[in-house]
Design a protein around this ligand. Sequence first.
Ligand code: F0G
Length: 483
Amino acid sequence: MATIKFYKSEEQVPLEMHKVRVVQKLFLPPIEERVKKINEAGNNTFLLQNKDVYMDMLTDSGVNAMSDNQVAAMFQADDSYAGSETCNRLIKVIKEVFGTEYFLPAHQGRACENILAEAFVKPGDVVPMNFHFTTTKSHITRKGGSVVELVRKCGLEPQNNEPFKGNFDIPALEKVIAEVGAEHIPFVRIEAGTNLIGGQPLSLENMLQVAEICKKNGILSLLDASLLQDNLYFIKTREEACKNMTIREITRTLCDKMDLIYFSSRKLGFARGGGIISNNEKLILKMKEFIPLYEGFLTYGGMEVRSMEAMAVGLLETMDEEIISQGPMFIEHLVKELDSYGVPMILPAGGLGAHINAMEFLKDIPQSEYPAGALAAALYIAGGIRGMERGSLSEQRNPDGSEHYSDMELVRLACPRRVFTLSQIKYCADRVKWLYDNRHLIGGLRWEEEPSVLRFFFGQLRPIGNWQEKLADKFREDFGDSL
Ligand code: F0G
């Protein structure tokens, strides 16, 4: 991306440094349909059909646009069960980019988490991390371990000018290690950038400090690099000491200090799939046998070889600052526009997507009525926009069955990389502004069907009262026949 100043205007506009050559037709169902569809989906945006969605901002996972070079590379995939040239090409790129010798392929990020938990987590173990991700926590707790979150206090404050809100609280990490004992800590997991607290990045300095503490205590450092792409951009643009480093140099400086790294290539590298990488052969051997058992043979690990070719090219593109700036710059544009209108946003803008603070947006809706879920449903009604609840619905209940209310109630508006145009981003901002002005009309949700594991994926809820009809009436009043 480039930031362009327009003639006779103060506005700084992010300008795409790519053009679109393959397009997909979109539909925007009329408002009556949208009320119907969201209820058929149990007010759960995961259960909406894509054909009924105008802007799919559910996730940045597996939906990033590929480049011409990625698509071209897919044609030369070497389709073999074992020993494919595609895998050799990918290993070469991984070594070039991350400096790691060994690669265990897996079909996506959570598959890596499954293998890491299987190999390293024992009952009673404690895994410190800056912040959990849903699937990570589930894999660790399933093996009898528990998670301790050590993000600094500012990371949980919705609005704070800190550039690296995802950073570890270093003294807190040292305290946990002293209290729990290194022998009960299989690894410290560094999530860079964070997912559930608004795509907030970590500084290179903080991550290197964590690695140093791990080394001193004989504990493994584990980097979840799924969201590293945006984080690299933030290190380059926000961390004074890294201003003159290239993205490649930042990546190598970081990865050289990690014992283990895993990633979802559904996010990192504009592709699909994932993998675990390391320079430590002993650690790799502890996990190796699980790959054919759970994923597939060691040269594809459950991935489609074409995806592996796309991943190799995508990882190289990730080293290009101009390419990786697209996501963060569009997100910043959306966040700034909404923030200046008064919409409570997570500040500063992070990676992955824009995050609305639903607790503040819908002040009168208690957490027991899931304000973030309600706002996500309302936004689909307002604009055919599919965001994702990242609040209490995304938590799991306490062992005694009581609700575990999340620290933040967020609606995430993911910006898949290289997918949307700026006018679509502006449309999204417009519909959020309208909702904000009509927030008094939005009501809460209650469970109708609640699954016991990862309930946010398939759970179904109902609106409390008839607020959705009232919202639709107001929409017709304000927008008339317009969709
Ligand atoms: N780690 C992080 C930080 C993630 O954001 C994700 C996925 C995973 C691991 C798991 O990877 O989906 O390939 O199995 N996040 C997606 C999201 C699902 O929508 O935020 P996966």
